[in-house]
Design a protein around this ligand. Sequence first.
Ligand code: B12
Length: 249
Amino acid sequence: MSGTIIRPYGDTTGDGMVQLSFTLPVPHDKRAEGAALQLARKMGLDPALIVHTKAMGPDFTFFVVYGSVHHLVNLDDVHVVEREYPLLTAKEANAAIKRTLRRPLVVVGACIGTDAHTVGIDAILNIKGFAGEKGLESYSEITVVNLGAQVLVPELVARAKEEKADAVLVSQVVTQKDAHIHNTMQMSAAFREASPAGTVPILVAGGPRFEEGSEAPLGIDRIFGRGTTPSEVASYLVHEMTTRKAGRT
Ligand code: B12
């Protein structure tokens, strides 16, 4: 292995060991264990070892399998999306908004669809903040309207219009049946339909399982993933707002 070619490891460097968990729709018995090993081997784990099994009701079994893969990873083929704007302090963000807009930036936030996971959006918006940073509510030049959980898209569009929102921030944590994708696409389509060209607010979605770089198919301006802090969001909003403003003059 060269410096840029790597393999996972568990016991000794380069042994290729990985751990994988899944559930099979079969009762917890020997046949289920055989099925789990068959799946693991088909996925390239060889040898594969079942390290944990648990019945999930009478008809399902949960497995943790530990095994070695022979695949190599080339670090030169890894492409990372770098932040293309500077990270601002709250003071710098406030000054930039004041200079550019000459009024506070209005942000409307919500968890849309049936999603009730508000901790993520609250971490960004609430004064209390996240990871030692205060949330956007603490910024003197940002007005935050946090609509909370399970907000329907028409409700969000109407409120954003009423508040004259510059930016709409939605959170999607539940990803079952791609709910986060469907809800976000529905949201962006609704804003485009309701807003004359050139007046669609900055559309931002956040949550731990969005695919990085998938803004275009979702019809939004920016995605933020796990570990996002309020200052990253404020800095982005300032950057996007300034770019839009410059485009109009
Ligand atoms: C707390 C929690 C709950 C609480 C939520 C309380 C609340 N008020 O939020 C309760 C108990 C209500 C709950 C319920 C359910 N939950 Co739950 N829950 C969690 C849990 C344990 C933690 C989530 C959390 O708070 N993370 C901490 C925050 C800070 O992180 P975050 O959300 O990722 O946010 C950060 C970034 O993603 C980003 N971000 C997030 N949103 C936004 C938005 C914007 C605009 C921006 C810029 C950034 C941003 O910034 C944040 C800070 O860095 C997770 C498991 C886990 N460990 O993640 C499961 C989890 C999310 N829940 C899950 C499930 C299945 C459910 C239920 C369906 C369970 C059930 N059968 O009833 C229900 C659904 C309820 C509903 N209608 O939505 C699953 C989702 C699986 C999936 N693939 O979709 C998880 C992953 C658990 C699991 N492993 O199965 N849950």
